[in-house]
Design a protein around this ligand. Structure first.
Ligand code: PEP
Ligand code: MG
Length: 591
């Protein structure tokens, strides 16, 4: 019987072809046997329910030993990739696991209360969390977050059973896993940031969209990814061969040798094109009719700088600083932030580096802030709103940015601005911080330019007034699309509705660029649409000054700019904006 490939249709979220062996993760709620549920990514495997004291103690022993080993491995990987500061959190977690008091509290619940291992961990963790939460000290309060992390790690290990297939997201980076295709219900941004492209050849998730933050990270790591892959999660077995086609948004499960060979050829062809683009690195990003467009990189930490420089980025158009705040149990200190911003500023010298102030909330959770659960986190206390509600957090970051400004050409950018008042409130805080730094005799740059992101229809429609307040704009299309089309950026079920080609989205982009041009301030675009080759001529025709994207997309965008013109026939943009829908826009752009 001839082999028939199983093709699974999803949506494209990070381009490229990945071929490897399946590693399936599922994300059920963990039942601790106490009516308590703790949600975490755990491998598909059974859960123990035995209440035999010795057996439960042995399970705890095994889970703690494994957790300590995992933390040591994670620490080494994180130090190599992100530096010692970021790695230190894993030492704190390990020390807590090794703490005899914590351990004997867990054991006592098993021995004395007849609790199962999971319940013993959960109840002990709850007790510690309550104790830390009650203390009126920010540092000690943050320890509650550490306890939560440790408890969830232990619970994942306990619920994963002793199966050979038991794999946690962070263990996927183990060299033994080779070319892994990671298949999961959902990956959080922090799961994704800890993946290593050397080992992870592709990602397929059920949830997520092309501009969800996990997808953005997959793109910057160069890992092909698709979402909407529920069938793959159901059908794939551990170590099945899987091909991820991140361009077409499909996965092929257990492909025939012929199909594999076909995709290997495509992979080779893509590598050849990349090598060719790399060879054009030194060329200027200038259109055929002589318009120069600045091409910047988007980064999430100093470790991304090298890739931007290697790809010929002319600066950083978006430093997503929130990633410095993730994977930790408390916010980075002023000095930790200063070090990170300074490193990036120095690496780029005269070239601009746009540091976006903390854009947490939405899908980027900071557990240590202990924020209330929201019905609609993307419409909630997110980005600038969160910072204005937590002035200490905001002031610390501003101090660090202004201090680092001395070492290069930094710019400061506020996310998700809706109103002039928000800008004025932020400016008042910035002025206060400048006063404090002056009073304290700390050296800082007093004229770091201030800009805002245009990410909501309100900002785009009110851009003339906002332009009076700031020195530059950057259009965040990832959010602008979701807020304009009322369409979640991470939901595969509405992915076909989420598009930059909708005439309403393009009208708002056009309005924002025109407002900036009228006010004489520079305007860039830093959402995923910045590297969309079909849209580049549109952005150029309306008057964009810069585009910022994941480093890997800079060479092909430069080539696209060099093939484009700024000038378009009279009425070209007006006609485009009058088209009835996204499909008509796409056709128009392909003509
Ligand atoms: C955007 O919304 O387009 C953007 C660049 O910000 P983020 O993707 O981090 O929300
Ligand atoms: Mg955004």
């Amino acid at each position: 019987m001839s082999h028939v490939d199983v093709t699974i249709e999803g949506i494209a979220v990070s381009p490229g072809i990945g071929i490897g062996q399946a590693c399936v993760l599922s994300t059920p709620d963990i039942d601790t046997g106490q009516g308590r549920m703790l949600s975490a990514s755990v491998p598909a495997a059974g859960r123990h329910t035995a209440r035999n004291v010795d057996a439960e103690l042995a399970r705890i022993e095994e889970a703690v030993t494994q957790a300590i080993a995992d933390l040591q491995a994670l620490r080494a990987q994180t130090e190599a990739r992100l530096g010692a500061n970021e790695a230190a959190i894993f030492d704190a977690h390990r020390m807590m696991l090794e703490d005899p008091e914590f351990r004997s509290a867990i054991d006592a619940r098993i021995r004395e209360e007849g609790a199962g291992a999971e319940a013993a961990v959960q109840n002990t963790a709850d007790q510690y969390i309550a104790l830390f939460d009650a203390i009126d000290d920010e540092y000690l309060k943050a320890r509650a977050g550490d306890v939560r992390d440790i408890a969830s790690r232990l619970l994942r290990l306990l619920t994963s059973g002793a199966q050979d297939t038991a794999v946690l997201p962070n263990q996927v980076t183990h060299p033994l896993f080779g070319q892994t295709i990671l298949i999961a219900e959902e990956l959080s941004p922090s799961d994704t940031v800890s993946l290593d492209p050397v080992n992870v050849a592709g990602i397929a998730t059920v949830r997520g969209g092309a501009t969800s933050h996990a997808a953005i990270l997959a793109k910057s790591l160069g890992i092909p990814a698709i979402a909407g892959a529920a069938d793959l999660l159901q059908q794939a077995r551990f170590e099945d061969t899987v091909i991820i086609d991140g361009d077409a948004g499909i996965a092929i499960l257990r492909p025939s040798p012929e199909t594999t060979a076909l995709y290997e050829n495509r992979q080779e062809e893509q590598r050849r094109i990349l090598r060719e683009l790399e060879s054009q690195k030194g060329q200027p990003s200038v259109t055929l009719d002589g318009c120069a467009i600045e091409l910047f990189g988007n980064i999430g930490s100093p470790s991304d700088v090298q890739a931007v420089l290697e790809n010929g980025g002319e600066g950083v158009g978006l430093f997503r600083t929130e990633f410095l705040f993730m994977e930790r149990s408390r916010p980075p200190t002023e000095d930790e932030q200063y070090d990170a911003y300074r490193q990036v500023a120095e690496a780029f010298g005269e070239k601009p580096v746009t540091v976006r102030t903390l854009d947490a909330g939405g899908d980027k959770e900071l557990p240590y802030l202990d924020l209330p659960t929201e019905d609609n986190p993307f419409l909630g206390l997110r980005a600038i709103r969160l910072c204005l509600a937590h002035p200490n957090l905001f002031e610390t970051q501003i101090r660090a940015i202004l201090r680092a400004g001395v070492h290069g050409n930094l710019r400061m950018m506020l996310p998700m601005i809706n109103t002039v008042d928000e800008v004025r409130q932020a400016k008042a805080i910035i002025d206060k911080v400048k006063g404090d730094l002056k009073r304290d005799g700390v050296s800082f740059c007093a004229d770091v330019p201030l800009g805002i992101m245009i990410e909501t229809p309100a900002a785009a429609l009110h851009a003339d007034a906002l332009a009076e307040e700031v020195e530059f704009f950057s259009i965040g299309t990832n959010d602008l699309i979701q807020y304009t089309l009322a369409c979640d950026r991470g939901n595969p079920d509405t992915a076909s509705l989420y598009t930059p080609y909708h005439p309403a989205v393009l009208s708002l982009i056009s309005a924002s660029i025109q407002s900036a041009n009228r006010a004489g301030i520079p305007v860039g675009l830093c959402g995923e649409a910045a590297s969309d080759e079909k849209l580049i001529p549109v952005f150029l025709a309306i008057g964009i000054d810069s585009l910022s994207m994941a480093a890997g997309f800079i060479p092909r965008t430069r080539a696209a700019i060099r093939r484009s013109r700024c000038e378009q026939p009279e009425g070209y943009i007006e006609a485009l904006l009058q088209l009835p829908d996204a499909a008509a826009v796409e056709m128009y752009l392909e003509m």
